[in-house]
Design a protein around this ligand. Structure first.
Ligand code: GUN
Length: 285
């Protein structure tokens, strides 16, 4: 392969070590950052993500609180759990793992999380701050993707970035973060005709579609930085991204693998947001 491999697992480990130093400084001031991760039901993929978030908390010295609730939980009961965590001074960050069971209104639950504890950055106040160019707690997957680009030395300012996917979790905040860093941004989605016309013009290509290997080598500009956010399970049980890794790695300038690319950075950014929330809570005293 000719592209430089962006090693998300190694960068996440480095970031967690840096965060560990900030946690030690907080603990010296009598504050151990606490992160509550709420899992409703037993979706196996969600259980894997939640476990990795708990492990990252341990690695950085946070107090990780693992809250498991039955899939049959009523919406009001979940809201009551959030209210208790909002009021708990030992909890600096709250994360409700998605997806939630269909009988629960996810938007209502997410908006209930106090904006100062919203480590996912999905609260409308935090999203609004990002739109207005004052990022506070920023959604973790796009924040991690930006850090991967920055720490790999990928030029961003003045470059053309193309984002595939318009979700609130990834696509929209990724576009906003790229604008903040002075990229020219095109956001493509399921109704975009002639996708390849756009992707071929991309110096930076962020792929967050959820379709296995849909980004093929002919869609990529030579030398581009390709960030693969997709995590798809193939019929044989193996994981793959939204990008045809082997072929695109021969053409791109930089590329992230799946697994071991964006995934570990997303987890590290959850911890980063929890540490930032704890620091801010002390500063406010
Ligand atoms: N499920 C998939 N991605 C995410 C995420 O970024 N945050 C939460 N809370 N759940 C998710």
């Amino acid at each position: 392969m000719s592209a430089k491999l962006i090693d998300g697992a190694a960068l996440a480990k480095q970031l967690l070590a840096e965060l560990g130093e900030r946690v030690a400084a907080l603990r010296a001031r009598g504050c151990q950052p606490g992160l509550a991760v709420v899992l409703v039901g037993d979706n196996p993929a969600s259980a894997v993500y939640v476990r990795s978030k708990q492990r990252a908390c341990e690695a950085a010295g946070l107090n990780g609180r693992d809250i498991r609730l039955p899939a049959t939980l009523a919406q009001d009961e979940l809201v009551a759990v959030i209210d208790r965590l909002n009021a708990d001074a030992a909890v600096h960050g709250i994360l409700v793992q998605l997806p939630l069971p269909p009988h629960i209104d996810a938007a209502r639950v997410l908006q209930r999380i106090a904006f100062a504890k919203d480590v996912d950055g999905f609260n409308w106040r935090n999203l609004g701050a990002l739109v207005d160019g004052h990022p506070t707690l920023v959604p973790c997957t796009p924040a991690g993707s930006m850090l991967l680009l920055e720490r790999s030395g990928v030029p961003i300012a003045g470059k053309h970035a193309v984002v595939l996917g318009r979700s609130t979790i990834v696509g929209k905040p990724a576009a906003l973060l790229l604008i903040e860093r002075h990229a020219t941004v095109t956001l493509c989605h399921s109704r975009t005709p002639d996708l390849t016309v756009h992707t071929r013009a991309a110096d930076i290509l962020i792929c967050a579609v959820g379709r296995p290997r849909m980004v093929t080598a002919d869609m990529v500009k030579p030398g581009a930085a390709v960030i693969d956010v997709g995590i798809n399970r193939l019929p044989d049980g193996k994981l793959c991204g939204d990008v045809d890794f082997e072929a695109v790695a021969e053409k791109a300038g930089w590329i992230t693998p799946v697994p071991g690319g964006v995934g570990p950075m997303t987890v590290a950014m959850v911890v980063s947001n929890a540490v930032a929330a704890a620091e801010k809570s002390l500063a406010a005293l």
